[in-house]
Write a protein that binds this ligand. Structure first.
Ligand SMILES: Cc1cc2nc3c(=O)[nH]c(=O)nc-3n(C[C@H](O)[C@H](O)[C@H](O)COP(=O)(O)O)c2cc1C
Length: 169
């Protein structure tokens, strides 16, 4: 099964995680790029500015994807938590693509220790025909080694899950 890891990352943490997962699963990686980049300031200023922008625009226009989603059986979607939910570029990606017959896994990264926002993303993906097979939340405040080992563990779990589903189908 061909694997595409796709997601959005403002400060690189979600990209770091997706990169590890794509390598572990021999997949490909593509990061979503909004037509109008989000501002990057030091510290809390970026959080405030991007939160305000995302409240006014939940579905920003994205640059075209280089990969064709139709070629992939498993799509791993990565997003930072923004005000409790997935970041707006991920909303645009979900709305603009067809997930019928696709298996999807979700990785959230966030500054706190939990994420409830993943439920909304799962529901929307299922509405669009996806089978969401696994999801995880990785607290990005930890050091890089901890984050990397969590990403690898998730990739292993996903591999096991996909193999067992393959036997059932
Ligand atoms: C606009 C904005 C809103 C955020 N809101 C939350 C939040 O509600 N909960 C949380 O745990 N972290 C929140 N964060 C922190 C990010 O989710 C966290 O730093 C994430 O791992 C960053 O991922 P990235 O480096 O891929 O952009 C927010 C960050 C930004 C920029």
């Amino acid at each position: 099964m061909k694997v595409l890891c796709v997601g959005f990352s403002l400060t690189g943490k979600t990209k770091f995680v997706l990169n590890i997962i794509s390598k572990e699963l021999f997949g490909e990686l593509e990061m979503l790029e909004p037509d109008k980049p989000y501002p990057k300031f030091k510290g809390i200023l970026s959080t405030i500015a991007c939160s305000l922008i995302s409240l006014f625009n939940r579905k920003p226009k994205l640059k075209s994807l280089k990969h064709d989603l139709g070629d992939y059986g498993l799509v791993v979607i990565g997003s930072p938590v923004w005000i409790g939910v997935h970041a707006p570029p991920v909303s645009t990606f979900v709305e603009e693509n067809d997930f019928k017959g696709k298996k999807v896994a979700i990785v959230f990264t966030g500054g706190a220790d939990y994420s409830q926002g993943v439920d909304a993303l799962i529901a929307r993906l299922e509405d669009k025909g996806a089978e969401v097979v696994l999801n995880t939340y990785i607290c990005s405040g930890k050091n890089k080694e901890v984050i990397a080992s969590k990403a690898m563990k998730f990739a292993e779990e996903l591999q096991t899950k996909i193999s067992s589903l393959g036997k059932i189908l």
